[in-house]
Write a protein of this length. Structure first.
Length: 263
């Protein structure tokens, strides 16, 4: 779920061959030879007291609120498989907001418009504020919690032929798509979208004022967003923002903020 981490291990040279330098007290072979492979497991790094005292944590484990009032998109955010088109990912179109132009389907491997950051904690919450007025059901935007195209959860704002503008949960689990009952929301007003994850379970929620939240069904399994379930990736789960327009790739969704908080 949290992806695979890289690390640097010190080497030493023995008779012109590189060996992993063992830690003091490390187990050796009976003949005293050095093991030439890393340990099967390791303890995560301990947060130094000075970090705790200052209230600042290393990048991978901190709570952070992202504003979109600068000239560049924060480096924590990633997009899929290609150079980022500044017309589709724009901070200039509406100053103070991130404008995402609708891309291909959430299961497309080529032209999605998605901007997401890594899930770095087993328990977290992510929230965003969105302005989006879709014209039809082929236009949708919102908050994602995903592993890859075949395993992902979406909290989407879109349009229903009977209810008008709605918010609803979409799931893709092992390539099986399910959509849940839409909930009508007011036209032409911003929406706050959120996801809260406690280790193995997650829930989407939405708000009309950023204070009072309504939790949506179903309960989302975090196990789906893991290497063990998917088996083909290595980056771990991500959470972020997306915009889809399978009509003509022209509609824009605008996000004022995005926050990631460690629970």
């Amino acid at each position: 779920m949290l992806g695979r981490e890289t690390s640097i291990v010190e080497l030493e040279w023995i008779e012109d061959w590189p060996y992993l330098k063992p830690e003091p007290g490390a187990e050796l072979f009976p003949d005293g030879a050095v093991r030439n492979w890393p340990s099967d497991s390791f303890e995560p790094p301990v947060i130094a007291p000075e970090y705790k005292k200052a209230g600042a944590f290393p990048q991978a484990t901190r709570s952070v609120e992202y504003a979109f009032n600068g000239k560049t998109i924060p480096l924590d955010f990633k997009n899929l498989r290609g150079e980022r088109d500044p017309e589709a990912y724009s901070l200039a179109r509406r100053p103070g907001w991130l404008s995402l132009r609708g891309g291909q389907s959430p299961v497309s491997h080529w032209g999605q418009t998605l901007l997401a950051r890594r899930q770095t904690d087993f328990s977290f919450k992510a929230e965003t504020k969105l302005e989006f007025n879709p014209e039809n059901f082929q236009q949708l935007a919102g908050l994602c919690w995903r592993y890859d195209e075949t395993n992902q959860y979406l909290l989407a704002v879109t349009r229903d032929e009977k209810l008008g503008k709605v918010v609803k949960v979409l799931t893709m689990i092992n390539n099986q798509f399910t959509q849940y009952d839409p909930v009508a929301v007011p036209e032409n007003v911003p929406l706050w979208l959120g996801v809260t994850v406690h280790v193995s379970d997650g829930r989407f929620r939405y708000s009309l004022d950023g204070k009072t939240w309504k939790v949506l069904r179903p309960v989302l399994s975090a196990n789906v967003l893991s290497d063990e379930f998917g088996g083909m990736g290595f980056t771990g789960a991500f959470t972020g923002m997306f915009c889809v327009d399978t009509v003509n790739h022209s509609v824009f969704a605008e996000f004022e903020r995005f926050s990631y908080s460690v629970l």
